[in-house]
Design a protein around this ligand. Sequence first.
Ligand SMILES: C[S@@+](CC[C@H](N)C(=O)[O-])C[C@H]1O[C@@H](n2cnc3c(N)ncnc32)[C@H](O)[C@@H]1O
Length: 175
Amino acid sequence: MKGHPGGGGHTRRLIDLAALPPGERVLDLGAGAGEAVALLRSLGCEAQGLDLEPRSPLVACGDLLRTGLPSESFGAVLSQCAFFASGDVPGALAESRRLLRPGGRLLLSDLFFEPPEPLIEKAGFRILYAEDMTALWREYYLEALWRGDGDCPTVRGKCAYWLLICEKEGNDGPV
Ligand SMILES: C[S@@+](CC[C@H](N)C(=O)[O-])C[C@H]1O[C@@H](n2cnc3c(N)ncnc32)[C@H](O)[C@@H]1O
């Protein structure tokens, strides 16, 4: 599966809920075809994207678990349907936290096989907004199965699709 439930409208909602300041530096992790990067730029953000298999010149090739980008260099990290796909959600959260300035925001919409709160809080984030969008995911997944989407992941067990706006807590730098 290459996109995410809700398409561009869902991305816009995620961005609006985060209330980013004008000109914010934003990194899209697992940016795919770069739609969110293009949208963020059209809204005045300084946005860039990273993906293992970039599908747009707006997206650089890289691993979201080991970006190699400088610490605390972004005001916001956005990711849709990519942390789960990376196979290491705690690792993706840790790399996002490293990349964010203190107080920076993580804009996430993704699948979770456990309640997201403990995972997010353990990674050093405070949840500002959470919305269970499982019904949207179910519809999207069934449509993909119906289309015969070759990339459709085998999802075992009870999962939920969450939209989350989180804030980086604490400061990793020298006191
Ligand atoms: C379901 S697609 C979502 C793409 C995009 N975020 C969107 O919403 O349209 C998941 C994306 O995550 C990327 N991905 C998976 N593991 C990754 C990793 N370790 N590092 C970077 N990208 C990764 C895939 O290449 C794919 O483009």
